[in-house]
Design a protein around this ligand. Structure first.
Ligand code: UT7
Length: 331
């Protein structure tokens, strides 16, 4: 059976930083409250010239560079986003044009904050089935365009950015994606949703905003990420002590800590950067993975656990045995 591994990775975040102190000037909140309830210190905000495709293309270029592939070699581009450039065409098609990858088949996946993991599932399965020889998987979000900047329940949480990975078959036995499990619950879709499309210039954008029942979402996030991970560990006959590093969706440090506690996972095995970027939805895991890579936290043979939860409701966990990627900055 073909094994599929991550052979390249990259990320991009906009330059503009929005701190908790900046938010104090917009809504009735405080730096202390935000840190205590979310762990977030600051988040990045896209400029008016940036979009999910422009940020995604920059992350994609870095991912291709680490994979040592040229864009023409890419077979498939899947972009995970719930804040696309427009209703159509797909943001993946926009990225295809920006990076000049004419031979790729392109589409988006909208599974909100779970989108990057859903895209890993789809991309790896299509490679395993030998329909495609490689895939560029991009999580990219411009959530700032969907935020109601008068709603203190939501505007403190989200940020913009992009992360990307390249998937390829690996000849290294036992490396690559081990297995995954996902769940969905459309009956609870109204707990977290966005009105209006995130179309930069459209009049409809004025109506676009995120509506969330924070406490319910919090409870579902903790319980679903815990249970899906436990089920995946049982399915793959993996013990929690076999996990070297967990890279969870970065929504809220309290959610991350509660899931780690439920799984009996030590804190030093859980990667967090929510303090720097807030919740970047589908971009959060590939941004964190790229940061963990450049922080030299990933070693060959490491068992990585990704787990995510988002609007839909959708959630999932992926197990992956890390192979070899050379740091291009060290060559
Ligand atoms: O990727 C999935 C996407 N979403 C999430 O993961 C979000 C999940 N939910 C959460 O992270 C948390 O529910 C929040 C961070 C959104 C809120 O934290 P909480 O501890 O659940 O607060 P709460 O909603 O229970 O509100 C507690 C109090 C309320 O005041 P009263 O009624 O006790 O007087 C809120 O009005 O805090 C108030 N509050 C705020 N105060 C200052 C709510 N937002 C703020 C704020 N600043 N930004």
């Amino acid at each position: 059976m073909t094994q599929v591994a991550i052979s390249g990775l990259g990320s991009y975040v906009p330059e503009k930083i929005l701190t908790n102190f900046d938010l104090e000037k917009l809504v009735d909140t405080s730096n202390e409250w935000i840190i205590e309830r979310t762990g977030i210190l600051e988040r990045r905000i896209a400029s008016s010239l940036e979009s999910s495709s422009s940020m995604g293309s920059l992350a994609a270029k870095d991912a291709l560079e680490t994979a040592k592939l040229v864009p023409e070699e890419i077979d498939l581009i899947i972009t995970a986003t719930c804040s696309p450039d427009g209703m159509f065409p797909s943001t993946a098609n926009r990225i295809q044009a920006l990076i000049n990858a004419p031979n790729a088949v392109c589409f988006d996946i909208n599974s909100a904050c779970n989108g990057f993991l859903s895209s890993l599932m789809v991309g790896s399965t299509l490679i395993k089935s030998e329909h495609y020889k490689n895939a560029l998987i991009i999580g990219s979000e411009t959530l700032s365009r969907l935020i109601d900047w008068t709603d203190r329940n939501t505007c403190i949480l989200f940020g913009d950015g992009a992360g990307a990975v390249v998937l390829e078959p690996t000849s290294e036995e036992n490396y690559g994606l081990t297995d995954f499990l996902f769940g969905s619950d459309g009956n609870n879709a109204d707990l977290l949703y966005a009105t209006g499309p995130a179309t930069g210039e459209s009049d409809l954008q004025k109506e676009a905003k995120i509506i969330m029942d924070g406490q319910s979402v919090y409870r579902h996030a903790v319980s679903t990420m815990t249970s899906i991970t436990k089920d995946l560990l049982i399915k793959t006959n993996t013990s929690i002590s076999d996990i070297d590093l967990c890279i969870p969706h970065q929504a809220n440090s309290r959610i991350i800590n509660a899931v780690a506690k439920n799984l009996s996972l030590e804190n030093d095995k859980v990667y967090t950067n929510v303090d720097q970027f807030g919740n970047t939805s589908a971009a959060s895991i590939p941004i964190a993975l790229t940061q963990a890579f450049y922080d030299k936290m990933l070693e060959k043979g490491n068992n990585l656990l990704f787990t995510a939860f988002g609007a839909g409701l959708n959630w999932g966990s992926v197990l992956l045995n890390w192979g070899t990627i050379k740091n291009p900055k060290e060559q």
